[in-house]
Design a protein around this ligand. Structure first.
Ligand SMILES: NC(=O)c1ccc[n+]([C@@H]2O[C@H](COP(=O)([O-])OP(=O)(O)OC[C@H]3O[C@@H](n4cnc5c(N)ncnc54)[C@H](OP(=O)(O)O)[C@@H]3O)[C@@H](O)[C@H]2O)c1
Length: 326
């Protein structure tokens, strides 16, 4: 048996429920305590998932001596303050994406992690799932030859949630780019690195945040066409083409268990059965890092998070989107 990692969760909304279901499937870790701004939400959550303690404020979670790592599941605009406070109390942090809303905040978080010698990772869960590992392996093995083209999208009809949804609220770090456009950008960045150039075009919602954004990232030999939207449904496959073959990630590509390789006219698929929904793989990575005393993951490093937010800052500059709190 490995050392048991004791988790706390801050912010008990939709994603916290999905995450904790997977946490319970991972061996040698426990849900120790949870915190919400609502006492009843904290009590109900603790009861539902068997947390030892619950708090109706975040401070008590930051200072709970038995909690080793805090999963920050609050809204985008609060990730910075919550991650900062957790690390100042010497807690390791797994923070939901985006790690923060801009470059300056991410730099400050990285500085804080180094000052307090604490582990910090952005919860880009797709990075850790077996389908993504297979994709990387095929590319490294040269299965599709020199890469030439990548296409990835992320869209759903968020208009159904109404104008008051956090999705459209600039004070809550809203807009499709930070919420879901981060996934296609992550895919291009992880496979290709920083582009030589980036062109962005957006359609704005009445509140000023982007309701849909299209991007072209240009590399020496590759173009990546990326897109995110809150204004319509789409089946969300991803395509990666090289001179010698193609790879298709099934719908929805960021969480799929199925990946397809086509070369010389022949198709081949790999299908993975996930442990839970797939958050389990980032949890396994964090547990492993903590047991080994690492302060960051080598699979999704702090530099990776910094590069990603730099790309999103560039996009926001081009489309003229500033958050009121910046
Ligand atoms: N990785 C993924 O697959 C995935 C999927 C969806 C979302 N996310 C990310 O997860 C985070 C949370 O998203 P969610 O869908 O779970 O959001 P949510 O359910 O709307 O809210 C999450 C928590 O944020 C706090 N909150 C809600 N409204 C607030 C307000 N007006 N002011 C201050 N705090 C407020 C509440 O914390 P308390 O319980 O403490 O009151 C709430 O429980 C976001 O950063 C999002 O980008 C990730």
């Amino acid at each position: 048996m490995s050392r048991v990692i004791k988790w706390g969760i801050l912010g008990l909304g939709k994603i916290a429920h999905k995450f904790v279901n997977d946490l319970q499937l991972v061996a040698d870790c426990e849900l120790e305590a949870v915190a919400s701004s609502s006492a009843s939400r904290a009590a109900d959550f603790a009861d539902q998932y068997g947390a030892d303690r619950f708090y109706s404020n975040y401070e008590d979670l930051y200072t709970d001596p038995k909690v080793e790592i805090i999963y920050i599941a609050s809204l985008n605009q609060d990730h910075f303050a919550h991650a900062l406070a957790a690390m100042q109390n010497k807690k390791a942090v797994l923070c939901e994406k985006p790690l923060a809303i801009n470059h300056n905040q991410v730099v400050e978080l990285i500085r804080c992690a180094k000052t307090h010698n604490t582990f910090l990772m952005e919860g880009l869960w797709t990075r850790f799932n077996p389908t993504f590992e297979q994709l990387e392996q095929w590319i490294v093995q040269g299965e599709i030859g020199t890469m030439r083209y990548l296409n990835a999208t992320f869209s759903f009809n968020g208009l159904e949630y109404g104008v008051d949804s956090r999705l459209f609220n600039p004070y809550k770090g809203g807009g499709s780019l930070l919420d879901i456009g981060i996934y296609p950008l992550f895919l291009a960045y992880q496979l290709l690195g920083m582009p030589n150039s980036l062109q962005a075009s957006a359609i704005k919602f009445a509140t000023g945040v982007d309701v849909q954004t299209a991007l072209i990232l240009t590399y020496d030999k590759v173009q990546a066409l990326l897109y995110s939207s809150f204004s319509h449904h789409e089946d969300m496959r991803a395509t990666i083409c090289g001179e010698a073959g193609e790879i298709y990630l099934d719908s929805r590509w960021h969480e799929t268990g199925k990946i397809n390789l086509v070369k010389e006219g022949k198709g081949f698929s790999e299908e993975f059965e996930f442990l839970g929904k797939g958050y389990s793989y980032e949890i396994l990575e964090v547990n492993q890092c903590l047991r080994e005393g690492k302060l960051e993951s080598s699979k999704w490093s702090l530099q990776n998070s910094l590069d990603l937010i730099n790309l999103m800052d560039q996009v926001r500059e081009q489309i003229g989107m500033k958050f009121p709190m910046e």
